[in-house]
Design a protein around this ligand. Structure first.
Ligand SMILES: C[S@@+](CC[C@H](N)C(=O)[O-])C[C@H]1O[C@@H](n2cnc3c(N)ncnc32)[C@H](O)[C@@H]1O
Length: 227
């Protein structure tokens, strides 16, 4: 390699994006592949536990198929053994932000409003499903009842629109498209100018009896690198 080629190679290496490290459940990984490999081994170990396989509704499947379909710890094609870890981790994160007194003071009046959303949003239409709920309708409830960082559980998630809604509670444009106003300090005001909620992502745990539903929900809720 002559000096011109070498200098070109150095320039290319310097300009190509360096892989960013990945944080997951308090651990740092070199990249997503390393995170996946680590938790796939943990899931493989868990699959050896006969009690784990006794959970009602456990898929009739070989381990290799479960492991191939899964993206642990976020999505597993069987009951997810990492849910407890997520809840503990998220609770810890939230406790650092809120005092115990604040957390115990939780009170909300019932959300009483007419909620009507069309079924023509491109996100809604990305995958059809029976009795699918528009994410923008769900967002109003999540914003009313929760604060950023709170955990939302949908045990009948279908395509995972509750997860989409929970994530979009952190998106100013989408929140304002509901008729609310987002202030500079992230406070959300309702149509009458009253304080309604705070802008910020909520965490979602999604479950469904149907493996097809959870697979769709996983894909709906996972960032995609289209480059
Ligand atoms: C009305 S759909 C939910 C649609 C979802 N809101 C969406 O936006 O896509 C109801 C879901 O409940 C699931 N389901 C029914 N019985 C269940 C059970 N016992 N445990 C968990 N999920 C169940 C079905 O598989 C179905 O996906």
């Amino acid at each position: 390699m002559d000096s011109e080629q070498l200098s070109l190679q150095i320039k290319l290496e310097a300009s190509s994006p360096q892989p960013e490290t990945v944080e997951c459940l308090g651990m740092t990984f070199e990249n997503e592949e390393a995170r996946r490999a680590y938790f796939t081994e943990k899931l493989r170990e868990k699959l050896q536990d006969p009690d784990f396989r006794k959970i009602e509704g456990f898929p009739i499947s070989e381990d290799k198929d479960i492991l191939t379909l899964s993206d642990p710890p976020y999505y597993t094609a069987c009951p997810n053994p990492f849910i407890k870890d997520f809840i503990n981790y998220w609770k810890q994160e939230n406790e650092q932000k809120k005092s115990t007194e604040e957390a115990e003071k939780y009170h909300r009046e019932p959300f009483a409003a007419d909620v009507s959303e069309g079924k023509n949003d491109p996100i809604y239409n990305a995958h059809s499903y029976h009795t699918k709920v528009p994410h923008k309708a769900i967002m109003r409830y999540i914003l009313h009842y929760t604060e950023p960082g709170d955990i939302v559980f949908d045990g009948f998630c279908g395509t995972g629109m509750t997860g989409v809604a929970a994530q979009l509670c952190g998106d100013k444009t989408t929140v304002e498209s509901l008729g609310y106003k987002v202030q500079a300090d992230s406070t959300i005001l309702d149509e009458d100018g009253n304080t309604f909620s705070k802008l910020g992502v909520r965490k979602a745990i999604l479950n469904d009896l149907s493996p097809a539903a959870t697979f769709i929900a996983y894909n709906y809720n996972t960032p995609v690198d289209v480059v």
